[in-house]
Design a protein around this ligand. Sequence first.
Ligand SMILES: [Zn+2]
Ligand SMILES: [Zn+2]
Length: 355
Amino acid sequence: MKKFLTVGIALIAVLFVGLQIAKPKLVEKGFAKMVSQNLGVDRTVNLEDGLHVYICGAGSPLPDPKRSGPCIGVLAGNQAFVFDAGSGGSRNLGPMGFPTGRTEQIFLTHLHSDHLDGLGEMLLGTWINGNRSTPTPVSGPVGTTKVVDGFNAAYRIDSTYRTAHHGTDIANPSGFGATANEIDFTADSQLVLIDGDIKITAFKVNHEPVSPAFGYRIDYKDRSIAISGDTAYDPNVAEASKGVDVLFHEALNMDMVKTMQAGAENNGAKRMAKIMYDIRDYHTSPVDAAKTAEAAGAKALVLYHIVPMLPNDALIPMFVKGAADEFASKITVSEDGTIVRLPAGSDSILYDNGL
Ligand SMILES: [Zn+2]
Ligand SMILES: [Zn+2]
């Protein structure tokens, strides 16, 4: 018995030592395999024709480990667009399989910094990955020119290093940066792009004192979505989103933010408490977002620009409490990586996670 035990222990020891020796080799093989299966692979090639929506940033200015700053990639057929460029968003687009290098245009909903603080990084991606010979167009409300000029100035020195190091084939100076296109209209909504089967409409939302502030509706063949941008509960969102397949709406849970305000007050953090009070009047609760989706006749609702942070999924039922009473169809609380696919010529709405 003792002999068997000794042999057994010796065998385990040999196996353990063998594994330690083999482990780095396995990791090296795994790394090489992962690289060859992913790096530079165009993951849109086998996608069915349709409208594909990539939530690259589901969050707000509040830090949330599952949610970067606001960022939504839209692939309509083979045309790629990005709506808002919040911090961290562009880092998620590549891993999610979004063709950053093919981004035709970036649209800003409004000029709050959390919607554009990742713009420099995003433009570096559209330039270098896209082999561009002209700057990337950035469209947004009046003021967009100043923002774009600022980013171009901030990144110009870096761009000279890129060109010097990689050469003009990789970093063509004439493709660096962005050109601004200011969208200005007096009506409630305005068609801002029509190209083949895709149609993009900007519509006004109420995010006072941030004015103008837009949402966008995107129609591609027989499928459609709307993106609310940042807005208080506003009937114009439902009006502009009539009959869309999916409404992507910002959401702030008023009760949870009130609890944060009270907590900050208790801790003597008066400035924090004041901010928690202020932010409630220019955002929309999940319940009101659900009412908007119902009024629009949307087939599904995806919440993004989530406030407060929801680092644990156990908080989600509290966040959406009461929303299902207002909207009978599916409600999703998005996180970075959420992908919604709307194949053309079909009614289906497919959900995926790209991260
Ligand atoms: Zn915001
Ligand atoms: Zn805002």
